[in-house]
Design a protein around this ligand. Sequence first.
Ligand SMILES: NC(=O)C1=CN([C@@H]2O[C@H](COP(=O)(O)OP(=O)(O)OC[C@H]3O[C@@H](n4cnc5c(N)ncnc54)[C@H](O)[C@@H]3O)[C@@H](O)[C@H]2O)C=CC1
Ligand SMILES: O=C([O-])CC(=O)C(=O)O
Length: 267
Amino acid sequence: MSSTAPRSVGLIGWGAIGRVVGGALAAGEIPGAELVCVVDNRPLGDSVPAPQRTLEQALESCDLIVEAAGQGVVREWGTTILASGTDLLVASTGALTDERLAKELLNAGPGRVYFTGGAVGGLDLLQAARAMGPLDDVHLTTTKLPSTLEQPWMDEELLGRMRSATGPVEVMAGTARDVPVKFPKSTNVAASVALAVGDSDAVRVSVVADPAARHTSHVVEASGAHGSYRFEVRHLPDTANPATSQVVPYAVLRSLAALAGRTGQIL
Ligand SMILES: NC(=O)C1=CN([C@@H]2O[C@H](COP(=O)(O)OP(=O)(O)OC[C@H]3O[C@@H](n4cnc5c(N)ncnc54)[C@H](O)[C@@H]3O)[C@@H](O)[C@H]2O)C=CC1
Ligand SMILES: O=C([O-])CC(=O)C(=O)O
């Protein structure tokens, strides 16, 4: 019989992702993982199933922190969390477009950093394919409702085109290094694809606003000497926060189950 102690989990972010993840953890749905506390920069009152704590307090009692709050949290706290010996599961992978931070996190410790696949699929196979040799053409097309893609840096002309669009409008074309920083809450998937293929500059990204996008879609196309790959996903958006797809917290829970050592997992 296994005598491994359960993972003590601290959750940062009580939003679209955090509420589902925290609720499932508190209900004991992830064997081998317990919700110890929640960290959020808003007062949460009695609505949470575990005490609200500061990040510093969380580090005293947790051995695994789940980030479901935003890229800024990874930037501000990532290295501190890992240096304290606490593992970190990151949802906001877009923070890694900062090469210095990415290197720091990947080399920091003794805590270990992990990334959830989040809203995009096929990352496992892309990672496997890349081990045979570089993928020479990788493209991601993300299509979302226009309102979820509006950004403070956009000019009136672009905002006007997005708001009056009657069909798909490409709002940015760039690489996985440029795009997630421009849409910090909406294109972490680009950075996740880059993590899988090992090169942010090699992943070309097209961000499309479509007023008819009842589903958010992410299409990954890649090819190399050994084969070609195409993954297309279409998700219902979260009702309260349509920038995030409903499946994302379940991807986080799946990652957590693997980290908690559940057997029978597809890794
Ligand atoms: N990898 C992926 O496929 C995806 C990643 N994400 C990432 O996950 C993040 C969270 O997503 P949602 O739950 O939908 O966002 P949300 O906006 O619904 O909730 C975020 C929560 O984090 C809290 N928060 C924000 N900044 C904080 C800080 N500095 N310290 C403590 N708490 C803070 C907010 O108060 C809020 O409760 C997104 O910003 C995005 O970066 C989101 C969707 C997909
Ligand atoms: O939830 C999604 O479909 C994708 C998303 O917001 C992100 O990549 O940041």
